[in-house]
Design a protein around this ligand. Sequence first.
Ligand code: HEM
Length: 535
Amino acid sequence: MGDDDMLLHQFQCQSLLVPCSPPPDADAVAGSNSHPNYCFFLGVCVSLLTKSPAMLLLAAAAASCAMMIFIKGRRRRRRRSNNQHQQVLINLPPGRGRGSSSWWSWSVSAVVETLSFLAANSSGRGFYHFVEARHRRYGPPGFRTALFGHTHVFVSSADAARLLLASEPRGFSKRYVRTVADLLGEHSLLCASHDAHRALRRAIAPLFNARATASLAASFDALTRRLIARDWRSSGSGAVVVLDAALGITFDAICDMLIATLQPDAKRQLQSDVMAVTQAMLAVPLRLPGTRFYAGLQARRRIMDEEESAAARRLPAELLLLLLTDEEDDQLILDNILTLIIAGQVTTATAITWMVKYLADNRGFQETLRSVQLELAPAAKHQDDAPLTLQHLNSMELAYMAVKESLRMASIVSWFPRVALEDCQVAGFHIKKGWIVNVDARSLHYDPTVYDNPTTFDPSRFKHGEDTKPYSFLVFGAGGRTCLGMNLAKIMMLIFLHRLVTTFRWEMADENPSLEKWAMFPRLKNGCPIHITPI
Ligand code: HEM
């Protein structure tokens, strides 16, 4: 066969074979173009067959390669369409994470997602930025991601919150990251398993009874008066950092409530150790000297020693009862004293700080509140030593609305993690056993279908004790794990607000909105410095 004949033959082979290839539908395009290529190679093989055995071998090798590519492409196409089909059938949450993808692509996702979570954490936008970005991408009611080797689902619907947080949620268990359990102790209420938790909560709850609440209110009021009416007033007009001051007085009040009066030096050491433990909670769990996690563990050890001697002098009767009935309870009490200090101090101080910022940004409301508060408790303004009573606090309706609105906007605990103990459905999504489902409280607090203009600070939305849709105001959680200290927290916020608004006008001294890196709860990096002017 001459060259011309060969070209013609080649052409005929191609034109004869082209109609055999399938129409270019979307699937074929997605799969590969291996089918026509294979035909082309076949044509070349046939034409070269007559030339030489070497060419024949080469052509045969090329043909088998093309065949393999074709077969692999088909397999991949079929697998992908099966996965898509399965995903539609069982309705997995959108996003990345184990479920529909192969082990390899899950691992890549896990690394990529974990790195972007860490990047958000170490940026001025805070860790919630990671969640917010995916909310925007996937829309309500939630999405799936892979963090630190686990599949996480974030859901932001009130029904999902009810299902996951109700008193006895079947099929779910509270989940805390390992580092939190290492730092707070295995007996901590925050990490306790379902049954241990119920008994422990029953034992601890009396610490928050009416008598204890009134006593903490009196002690916090005294501390606030000393701070605002004495320290800040004597500093004249200038800038003060709210977060530092709030951390100091909330720590002192909670510490006085739980353990014997400590010497000032011991108290400051304890406070700085508690801070080290808090900062280690989100750290990479490396037990190496010089790391944040290691420093947290060391601080925990010092706290345990300090608490052991201090707590023995003044333990609440309920905890003492536990101590007498079980050998392990010694550690149990120490773990839970640390838990209560950490659960109460940083959260409340952070909430107070955001509240002061929101009122600095809303000067009109600040003025209105000031005149109302001065009417309600005039004695408190003129006689620095006149303590606020619970009766006073009960009459502060407008201030209470401001407290609630600040808590909504600040959403100190952004989400609540629960682990699925079996395959189940949440918010219409299929959830697999072992996945961590997070009730995304912050997103619910900013849901425009629940709160009008959610980004606007508007205390009047809580007028006349009006409550929002059930399970849509989750600042203290809900169900069997609801915050034990929520009344204490609200009282401390009210007292602080009343004392500040009846003593000073204030505005922000630094408007930088950056958030603190690696903070357990979102808070301003600058600690909220304010310029204060005596009224
Ligand atoms: C504004 C301040 C506070 C906020 C925003 C807050 C928020 C929360 C939230 C959302 C939970 C539930 C977490 C979950 O379900 O996963 C919780 C639990 C808890 N909080 Fe608070 N809290 C505050 C103040 C306090 C105070 C002052 C104390 C005590 C001194 C306290 C003690 C606790 C305890 C012991 C738990 C665990 C309850 C349990 O698991 O049964 N909190 N807190």
